[in-house]
Write a protein that binds this ligand. Sequence first.
Ligand SMILES: [Ca+2]
Ligand SMILES: [Ca+2]
Length: 199
Amino acid sequence: MKVSHLLAALFLGMFLGGAGVPAPVKAQSFSDLKSADIDASALKPGLGVTYYSVFVRSIRELIEWTDYKKGRKGPPIARLDNNVGKGDVLTSGQDDGVGAHITGYLRIDKPGSYVFLVNSNDGVRLSLGGKLIYEDPDVHPDRLSDPPIEIDFAAPGYYPIDIWYFERKNTSTLELLWLAPGMEDFDFVPASAFFHRPE
Ligand SMILES: [Ca+2]
Ligand SMILES: [Ca+2]
């Protein structure tokens, strides 16, 4: 999905409301996220990822399944801009039946209020700075987070990011966009903001 489409979907959601009833749209707001106390020089660019080859129908089922099966490390994910139709899922090299546990850090340089959008197909669960920020855990076509996710970062730092995601069949999407202080339009969270600790 192009950024302009994402914006159109967002604003449609804001103005149309759930059942066509005009209602003020409240962003879901988070604060008090915890940054990590880490040696940044030990970090590498991109997010770390472990893949599981499995056809699940929910994030809960994926996490339960990983208790019994070992995953395999994949190449780091530069940024979350995957909207690949029936193509390969992230860096897995597989197009269907993929579970992913994505971990690393989001570097925030400027404190302030950020708005995030998540677009997913299929299920996703996103935690940031130790808080569950967003969850759309079941099989679904491309679906944008609604309402927008607003996060107030009190301080610069490296905030732990933890994402569970799966693609069951057909098309797949995992996108993370933000509107950071000083930006006029949403854009993908840039590769320069993602880090992981190599193992
Ligand atoms: Ca697929
Ligand atoms: Ca799918």
